[in-house]
Design a protein around this ligand. Sequence first.
Ligand code: FPP
Ligand code: MG
Length: 409
Amino acid sequence: MAYLGSRKLCIQVEKLCLELKNIVKVQSVSVKSVGINHGFCRPISTLVPRHNQIGDIQNGNCAIKNSRLLSSMLPNQPGSLLKENIDPYKLLEADLKDIYSDIRQKLIKSTNIEELQTIATYYFDGQGKALRPMIAVLMARASNYHEHKDQLLASQRQVAMISEMIHSASLIHDDVIDQSNFRRGKPSVNVLWSQKKVTMAGDFILAVASMMIAQLKNDNVTITLSKVITDLVQGEFMQLGSRETENERFAHYLTKTYRKTASLIANTAKAVAMLSGADDRVAEVAFQYGRNIGLAFQLVDDLLDFVSSSETMGKPAAADLKLGLATAPVLFACEKYPELDPMILRRFQEPGDVERAFKLVHDSEGLNQTKFLAKKHCNEAISLAQSLAASPYQEGLIVVGDLVLNRIK
Ligand code: FPP
Ligand code: MG
């Protein structure tokens, strides 16, 4: 295996990734041993998405078309890991096109307080990437196919909605904590309404999502999705202000990243697989796929914070440093520039810390090493997806690995 920069830190990171994988592993099964395809082969015509699945992307009415904008996450970018021509968003057009309006309706129907309706629906405007529902529906359809079933179940689509609702509720709370000004190119929710109201609106979304989970009437799915919420809170808590030592830093960062970002994608993928009737081994493949995609997504996010402009991101650049956070690029850069150590400890609070750290990260191999680690997780996700029965949805899951790695915002 090729290493960029320090071999010692890379080996440490690899060991940590493995440990984290074992900690979060729910069932002790080897993903390599998953039965592939069951010798089951479908006529080629069923591998091509049906007309009504593609939908009419020309009609301009569809929320997902706006949400996706087919720009920041185009498949097959230069440096692409694969050759597939599948665009998961097009493939799932019919499943996803009403997802934001369905969430808005659900929230609006759940209260007659107009202002609460307005705040709670503010982020469901179709401007997000809808990454979580997209992965949920892809995994649902891929698992259904693996289980020789054709239709997306209503319960699986509900899980896709729930995942986006939990995500948005957490973003609202996060914007209050980070005192952010912008999200997705518009004023963040806390700028427009008081912190008290905004926090309540986040709680409200979470409460409605919890009712939707209960209505699925499936204990294992309830436990799986509830775990996401405890992970999110712990992940955010871990980020708030711990003073871990240099040795513990990467382990802390990876655990925090799993809890804050990957757990939602992993457990949602597992939930839809369980709903398809998949056995424990396939549910574990779904979980590990989501875990790897989630870790890669956050690593790329942490990288983009150093390389993407604020216009592209719709939020200020170097935001993490300004918030006092040492993410993967800084932790890697620290190997070459130990002067980052005291800055990390004082959370980049002294004048000039943010600018100096930003420069040192760019002068180091930290960004390449972060991309390298993200790629490793994407490759792992891709090989997990390849262990599912071949279908357009399985290919879509493979393409997602590529989208996550090559996204620009
Ligand atoms: C974005 O982080 C934030 C999260 C992914 C999770 C935040 C979780 C909480 C606030 C715990 C409460 C959870 C619930 C469910 C109410 P970021 O600041 O790194 O990303 P950003 O740049 O998009 O803000
Ligand atoms: Mg934030």
